[in-house]
Design a protein around this ligand. Structure first.
Ligand code: NAP
Length: 480
């Protein structure tokens, strides 16, 4: 059992072919807030990729032959163990990644839920009978279809939710009887390896899960293009996703990509509800969140009031040490990311935006930032992936919807209103994967279908929906 203090270094092995292995070459995992060494993991090379693929072929046979009760039992046990170790996991998430300890605890609790739902959904993998006699000449045929595992699934994950987004792939993959090769983000592999250990302790057979720690641009292509891999389940940036989809060839792909999420505040909105919800959604995980409240479209009648209350609440945000219980917001994942955010804000200011709050970089930290008049800048149509939000006013609801839809992303959108008609119109007209009413865009539960339109991706996650993607129908037809 890991019970880390801030000074302990975690030297972890990767999981290949049922064994925990180290390599002479390794990667250092550093705390993004101060550069302190948190741990090391092996630096996998192309030979390791071949070991993983070869082992996954055998793992896939073991996975598909696991009876459902065994899959349920493994996932349930893993959820229980994780539930008993929330604090240990939360500390690792907070140390290697960008989340504060309070944000990290919530992620672990969500991960327990994801594993638990996966165990429950395993028993619901069903087929149905097929009425063959609907077609003349088929009167003597009877049969059904069932769902079979896809085979070997490659899961590639990002840094912002380094535990739960891994579970969103591994949980349904195991429930569906698949083998999985996981390539976690190079900067946050530690909690993914800990989760793999929990699953192995829970009785997962060798080779069903492998975790390869390496650099995406070095080992990614061989993993993605190998024909033994039948599905690539990717969560990450749009450019990487597009590169992967071009490489993948004839296999299933699911793509959970970024966004530029709009939240519309109507003049009848409950501001006591809207302001804290939008502030939290703007600065959760320092804006490194695909559901980040990036654009606020506020009715002109309440624009000044909303703006003032948003700034007042955000100004009380404590930015700093992630392990401090009082900290509300941590750093960007690395200096390059912090400089990228700084550059985007500076560019917006040069192009006519006004700075209402923040706009300051301090090392890898960037202050909670609000801009107005940013509608002609890249911030209004690209994903910032940092703690920066732009606010603009509108008078006409149609116009707000058109502006919300004007970007090439469509993950989630939100409306605050007390008017049902407005809510239903927004629901109908916003071109996104989900519309939140009286909640910011930054809301999700792990059982709901999750994914976007346009540049936000392809397919849906959310355990039962992932399970559909990770299994495929097989028909049995009897000529009697
Ligand atoms: P990223 O840079 O695209 O990296 C994601 C993963 O792809 C990492 O594991 C990375 O490995 C790997 N990768 C990079 N190049 C690769 C290649 N050529 N072949 C195979 N794999 C490769 O994204 P990120 O910075 O971690 O995450 C930020 C993005 O994820 C944002 O756009 C955010 O909105 C999106 N996101 C979406 C969702 C969703 O559910 N829709 C959830 C969370 C985040 P290395 O780390 O080794 O480079």
């Amino acid at each position: 059992m890991i019970n880390m203090t801030t000074t302990e270094i975690m030297d972890r092995k990767m999981l290949l072919n049922g064994e925990w292995v180290s390599r002479n070459e390794y990667m250092e995992i550093r705390d993004p807030q101060d550069g302190k060494l948190v741990g090391t993991v092996p630096l996998a090379n192309l030979d390791d990729v071949e070991i993983a693929l070869e082992a996954a072929v055998h793992g896939s046979e073991r996975a598909r032959s696991m009876p459902i009760h065994q899959r349920i039992s493994i996932l349930r046990k893993a959820a229980e163990e994780l539930e008993n170790r929330v604090e240990a996991f939360a500390r690792v998430i907070a140390l290697e990644g960008i989340k504060t300890i309070r944000e990290a605890r919530k992620e672990v609790v969500r991960c327990v839920e994801t594993l638990r739902i996966s165990s429950e959904e395993a028993r619901r993998i069903k087929g149905e009978t097929i009425p063959f006699d609907q077609f003349p000449g088929s009167e003597n045929k009877v049969g059904y279809y069932l769902r079979e595992p896809v085979g070997i699934i490659l899961a590639i994950t990002p840094f912002n939710d380094p535990l739960n987004l891994v579970a969103h792939k591994i949980g349904p993959a195991i429930a569906g009887g698949n083998a999985i090769i996981l390539k976690p983000h190079e900067e946050t592999p530690l909690c993914a390896l800990m989760l793999a250990e929990v699953l192995m302790n829970a009785g997962l057979p060798e080779g069903v899960l492998q975790v390869i720690t390496g650099i995406g641009s070095e080992i990614g292509e061989k993993l993605v293009t190998d024909p033994r891999v039948r599905m690539v389940s990717f969560t990450g940036g749009r450019l990487t996703g597009e590169r992967i989809i071009k490489m993948a060839g004839l296999k299933k792909v699911s793509m959970e990509l970024g966004s530029n999420a709009p939240t519309i505040i109507m003049n009848d909105a409950d501001l006591d509800l809207a302001v804290p919800s939008c502030v939290s959604g703007a600065f959760w995980a320092a804006g490194q969140n695909c559901l980040h409240v990036q654009r606020l479209l506020v009715h002109s009648d309440i624009y000044d009031l909303f703006k003032e209350r948003f700034i007042t609440l955000s100004s009380s945000y404590q930015v700093g040490d992630k392990l401090d219980e009082n900290t509300d917001m941590g750093p960007l994942i690395n200096e390059e990311a912090a400089k990228r955010v700084e550059k985007s804000v500076d560019e917006a200011l040069t192009n006519g935006a006004n700075l209402l709050m923040g706009g300051i970089r301090n090392g890898n930290f960037y202050a909670p930032t609000l801009l107005e008049n940013g509608h002609n800048t890249r911030l209004s149509y690209e994903e910032i992936y940092g703690p920066v939000t732009i606010i603009e006013s509108f008078t006409n609801f149609e116009d707000a919807i058109n502006r919300a839809n004007s970007v090439d992303y469509g993950l989630q959108a939100a409306i605050f209103t007390r008017n049902l008609e407005t809510a239903f119109k927004g629901m109908a007209d916003l071109n996104v994967g989900a519309v939140m009413i009286n909640e910011s865009t930054d809301y999700r539960i792990d059982a709901m279908p999750f994914g976007g339109t346009k540049g936000s991706g392809l397919g849906r996650e959310g355990v039962s929906f992932t399970l559909m993607e990770m299994t495929e129908p097989k028909v049995a037809c009897f000529n009697i």
